[in-house]
Design a protein around this ligand. Structure first.
Ligand code: MG
Ligand code: ZN
Length: 221
């Protein structure tokens, strides 16, 4: 069905245009934005909670949460101290730039330094939709298994950083860290990686310091 290809290209380029508009809004407001992607249950929301708490007094954080049906995750981010906006995707398995644009209408960017976008839990199509964020982060976790870079190369290839969450479970779960990291290295050589546990707090400071540095570098550029 060759006639289908141009339609898909048009949808993607319309999304890219909206993503550029979103990015322009972030630039004008001097707000750094990061898109967090992961499979369901990897710990995106836990990482965001810990990040909001850890950066309290250092950065003003807003959060846009994409969820298929609930607002639990936005509520958790709000409880941690973020200004949070919920997008219910109505069943869609990824965020697109238009959804983020709607959410931006509900955030006062002038009061923020950092916007964290929590994408829908899914390791496939979120990678295909630019949102207008400056960087993207993939959250992997030990219980998911060490084969994920090999199974979802599109996701690992495009991200700016990888968080490996739930390292407190390493003694209990078969997970070959070397094998996992080899997979990442082939797809995304030299990508920044953080091994941490949102539950115990181990490894969180390095992630927080890196993220704060990204924001400060952006703001002073
Ligand atoms: Mg979540
Ligand atoms: Zn999707």
């Amino acid at each position: 069905m060759p006639e289908r290809i141009p339609v898909v290209e048009k949808i993607l380029s319309a999304n890219d245009r909206l993503a550029l508009e979103n990015q322009a809004r972030f630039e004008v407001a001097r707000v750094f934005a990061i898109n967090i992607m992961a499979s369901p249950g990897a710990g995106k929301t836990s990482l965001i909670e810990q990040t909001v708490r850890g950066l309290a007094g250092r950065l003003r954080v807003g959060m846009i949460n994409g969820d298929i049906a609930t607002s639990y995750d936005a509520d958790r981010a709000q409880a941690a101290g973020a200004t949070a906006v919920q997008i219910n995707t109505g069943g869609a398995c990824h965020l697109d730039a238009g959804m983020v644009r709607s959410a931006l209408g509900q955030l006062n960017l002038a009061d923020l330094d950092l916007v964290i976008v929590e994408n829908v839990g899914n390791l496939v199509c979120p990678a295909d939709f630019k949102l207008g964020t400056h960087q993207s982060l993939l959250v992997a976790s030990i219980p998911e298994g060490d084969d994920k870079p090999y199974k979802y190369p599109g996701m690992y290839r495009g991200v700016d950083a990888v968080v490996i969450n739930k390292i407190d479970l390493l003694p209990y779960v078969p997970f070959r860290m070397d094998f996992f990291k080899q997979g990442i290295e082939v797809l995304n050589p030299g990508v920044v990686q953080f091994e941490l546990s949102c539950r115990t707090g181990e490894g969180l400071p390095a992630w927080l310091d890196w993220l704060e540095r990204q924001v400060q570098t952006f703001k002073t550029a």
